[in-house]
Design a protein around this ligand. Structure first.
Ligand code: ZN
Length: 237
């Protein structure tokens, strides 16, 4: 069983009518619906829940954490962000979606600003740059999203393990759209598509990529490895 926790800021879907119309139950529920499988146990967590939807017990019982956030990154407490980082370092899989590039856990895991170029809606073509990668399994060599927010290079991240997808935008920009990283025992996938104003998570190719990513970052309970204690203190960002 793969225990997946989907963490969502869940603010746009409650406060903006046009976003609510696309994701009436929230982006987290939409993702949960297409992830559902016999061997996947889902848990939802949102910013407005007690403890911001996070606790030591929840993360200990999470094999893969999916993260979507945008306008309220700063409200996530340092304690919660550090807890997520530690669990990733100890082997929990982490899938950061779209504007989660600026979330505290992702920035702390990267150690860079994670700044990028951006612009409102454009047509995006996603190219599969590593067709042999398990996250690209079953995907065509390229597909298009008719509307997506443009994210462009330069993207201030450390060197990724693999560039699985590249995004090209009709305005001419290019972006490393699907990236893998390793931090400690943990596997990380960052995936750029998913702006809340467009029905990106209803696209079948996007769904397939996220389903593949969950299975790729998942390593199972036995792979969890407590971080080494150095000079009597745990490593924290
Ligand atoms: Zn966006």
């Amino acid at each position: 069983m793969i225990r997946v926790t989907i963490w969502n800021e869940n603010v746009h879907e409650r406060t903006q009518e046009h976003v609510k119309a696309i994701y009436p139950g929230g982006i987290h529920k939409c993702i949960g619906e297409f992830l559902a499988a016999d061997d996947i146990a889902l848990r939802y967590a949102t910013l407005d829940m007690p403890g911001q939807g996070l606790s030591e017990e929840i993360l200990q019982n999470t094999d893969v954490l999916i993260w979507w956030g945008h306008m309220h990154h700063d409200e996530v407490t340092d304690e919660n962000a550090a807890m997520v980082v530690r669990h990733v370092q100890e082997g929990m899989g982490f899938v950061a979606l779209h504007s989660a590039h600026h979330s505290k856990p992702f920035r702390w895991l990267m150690g860079t600003s994670c700044n990028l170029r951006w612009r409102h809606g454009d047509r995006e073509r996603i190219w599969c740059a590593s067709p042999w990668h398990p996250i690209a399994k079953g995907l065509p060599e390229q597909f298009e999203l008719p509307r997506e927010e443009m994210y462009g290079e330069a993207f201030d991240i450390p060197r990724p393990d693999d560039v699985v997808f590249l995004g090209w935008f009709a305005g001419g920009e290019a972006f490393r759209s699907g990236l893998t990283f390793t931090r400690g025992a943990g596997k990380i996938f960052y995936f750029q598509p998913g702006h809340e104003e467009y029905p990106v998570y209803k696209d079948e190719n996007v769904r397939k990529i996220i389903r593949n990513a969950v299975r790729w970052v998942h390593q199972g309970r036995e792979a969890r490895c407590p971080m080494p204690v150095i000079m009597g203190e745990k490593l924290e960002p």
